[in-house]
Design a protein. Structure first.
Length: 290
């Protein structure tokens, strides 16, 4: 006859009844058994965001950056167009705008060249800088926006100088000498880039104000500063008229605003025997007393 409580009959294992796993054997891992000190894992390092709103350079491309660059550059082109159109109308009152005088171009051709073709490298360079390197971010403060506009103007002026290298070299080969190369690379880009940069600063500030202003049709989500959540239901009044007792609201009242009166407990009703009928004694084995 075997003993049911013999540990040899039932292998309880390391973790108890039903678990047949053997006891863990200390291995060569780090710990006190091997003498190697245990080093906890290093916490994950927080990466600094690339688009820091307080930095001058914030490389990256997005729809907002492209929109701000378009607003700033197109506004400069519009200002140049209106200014050139006013000058063209004033000159047309004296000289015919389509007539050619000497070896020069007509007034209309000079207007198109001065407004669209000559400053085109500046506009392209400024747009690329504002869209990918120095964006008009709505979170950036105004001094940073002004610095980015100046940097974009410098990028546009550099683009004018790069184009001037080819035009100046072509003029020097044609017989105009090295003076044409110097003017095409230094003086002409600076003469055109300085006023265009000042206009770009103004239009960039306008684009920053336009992108950062709050919209009238958008609603702020619940939880934002300045917003309050509307209550789901107004609780019923718990105070009656003057001098009346206070009544607690019934939590099981149906929705609708009307509450049923509270249920009051009444004392139990005891039945009285009819008149002339004797009530039986408490102990039936005791004879009645007369």
């Amino acid at each position: 006859m075997t003993n049911a409580g013999d540990p040899g009959q039932h292998d309880r294992g390391y973790y108890g009844v039903g678990w047949q796993q053997p006891a863990p054997v200390p291995g060569p891992g780090p710990g006190p058994a091997t003498g190697v000190p245990y080093a906890p894992p290093a916490p994950p390092q927080r990466r600094r965001p690339t688009g820091d709103p307080r930095r001058a350079f914030a490389p990256g491309a997005s729809v907002t950056n492209t929109t701000g660059a378009l607003i700033a550059v197109v506004s400069v082109i519009v200002v140049e167009f209106v200014s050139g159109l006013v000058g063209l109308l004033g000159t047309s009152l004296v000289v015919s705008p389509f007539a050619r005088y000497g070896a020069g171009d007509s007034i209309v051709a000079g207007f198109v060249h001065g407004v669209f073709l000559a400053p085109l490298p500046f506009h392209v360079g400024a747009f690329l800088a504002l869209a990918f390197l120095v964006p008009v971010a709505r979170r950036s403060p105004l001094p940073v926006i002004l610095l980015r506009a100046v940097l974009a103007g410098a990028a546009g002026t550099t683009a004018l100088a790069l184009v001037g290298v080819f035009t100046g070299a072509f003029g020097a080969v044609r017989g105009f000498g090295a003076a044409r190369l110097v003017t095409s690379i230094v003086t002409v880009p600076l003469q055109s880039g300085l006023p265009l940069t000042l206009m770009l600063v103004a239009t960039t500030t306008a684009a920053w104000l336009w992108l950062g202003r709050p919209r009238g049709g958008t609603r702020r989500p619940l939880g934002a500063p300045g917003t309050l959540r509307q209550p789901d239901a107004v609780p019923a009044a718990t105070v009656q008229g003057a001098g009346g007792p206070q009544q607690q609201p019934n939590p099981y009242a149906p929705p609708g605003g009307q509450q049923q009166p509270p249920i009051t407990q009444q004392p139990p009703i005891t039945q009285q025997p009819p008149v002339g009928q004797q009530q039986p004694p408490a102990n039936p084995w005791v004879p009645p007393q007369r």
